[in-house]
Design a protein around this ligand. Structure first.
Ligand code: SF4
Ligand code: SF4
Length: 263
């Protein structure tokens, strides 16, 4: 009888984040059980107390880098992982916590914590890619469960993930949605945002808030002008771009220009 091949070792790690992207993995439910048959899940603290050292075939990493210890830890994970996949906006662009990057960290600490002297943190929240090589990035806040499943399935086959690069508008139109910009005057960010969410917000009559970050060829300056033409003040337009993915260069340059603090 032939020996069974060992299953690829999968580990899930967390840095500064809300755990929502890991929850999307748990939300796979019965498909997660199938994944557990295909992969050996050696670390995933939201699901199991099992903690094993590397090497790992695939490391899914949630969260941004906010402490000196984080930097050491992500470097070790990179050394141990054959394929490292950043999951979610915290990991791919620093997350909403990147807002601290434009503020005085000591002020924030004093404002938030009763004992700021106990807090040992960097002044910035940065994406994984500023510290280590990232093989693939799954966008979103949170990521889309189906995309996680597809990327892991392709990893099993040794294939490159086929992640969407076009805008949310494309998904929105394919679904036959009525555009909320045209019909309700909402400041939808779909024209500059990467698809992959299934146009979730516009499908519910809400404006997209760019949680999947910029698409592969956005024109944020043109969309900022269009939002201004629809009555938003420069500050309001900047705020649209400063959201969860506001640290992405394509969005940041527009917001900085509108607020007059380009760097
Ligand atoms: S990307 Fe969003 S959902 Fe995912 S961990 Fe960060 S804040 Fe939570
Ligand atoms: S609702 Fe938003 S995502 Fe949909 S077509 Fe209009 S601008 Fe694009």
């Amino acid at each position: 009888m032939s020996e069974q091949r060992p299953r690829p070792r999968l580990a899930v790690f967390k840095f500064a984040s809300c755990d929502g992207c890991q929850l999307q993995l748990l939300n796979l439910e019965h498909q997660l059980l199938e994944l557990a048959e295909r992969f050996e899940i050696v670390q995933f603290l939201e699901a199991t107390s099992r903690v094993e050292p590397g090497p790992y075939d695939v490391a899914l990493v949630e969260g941004s880098i906010t402490t000196a210890h984080d930097i050491e830890r992500i470097r070790r994970i990179r050394e141990d992982a054959r394929t490292l996949i950043a999951i979610g906006a915290c990991a791919t662009s620093g997350g909403i916590q990147h807002l601290r990057n434009r503020a005085d960290i000591e002020d924030w600490k004093r404002g938030v914590y009763p004992h700021p002297e106990w807090i040992d943190t960097l002044a910035t929240s940065t994406p994984l890619s500023e510290h280590v090589r990232v093989d693939h990035s799954l966008e979103g806040c949170p990521v889309d469960s189906g995309q996680v499943l597809r990327v892991l399935t392709r990893a099993l086959l040794g294939a490159t993930p086929d992640l969407p690069g076009a805008s949310v508008c494309l998904e929105c139109k394919r679904l036959g949605n009525v555009c909320v910009v045209v019909t309700a005057g909402l400041p939808c960010m779909g024209p500059v945002t990467r698809g992959g969410c299934g146009a979730l917000c516009p499908s519910l009559g809400r404006d997209c808030y760019a949680c999947f970050g910029p698409h592969e060829d956005p024109n944020p300056e043109a969309w900022a002008r269009a939002l201004g033409d629809r009555g938003l003040t420069p500050r309001e337009v900047a705020t649209r771009f400063r959201g969860i993915n506001g640290q992405r260069p394509e969005f940041r340059r527009v917001a900085d220009a509108l607020e007059g603090d380009g760097d």
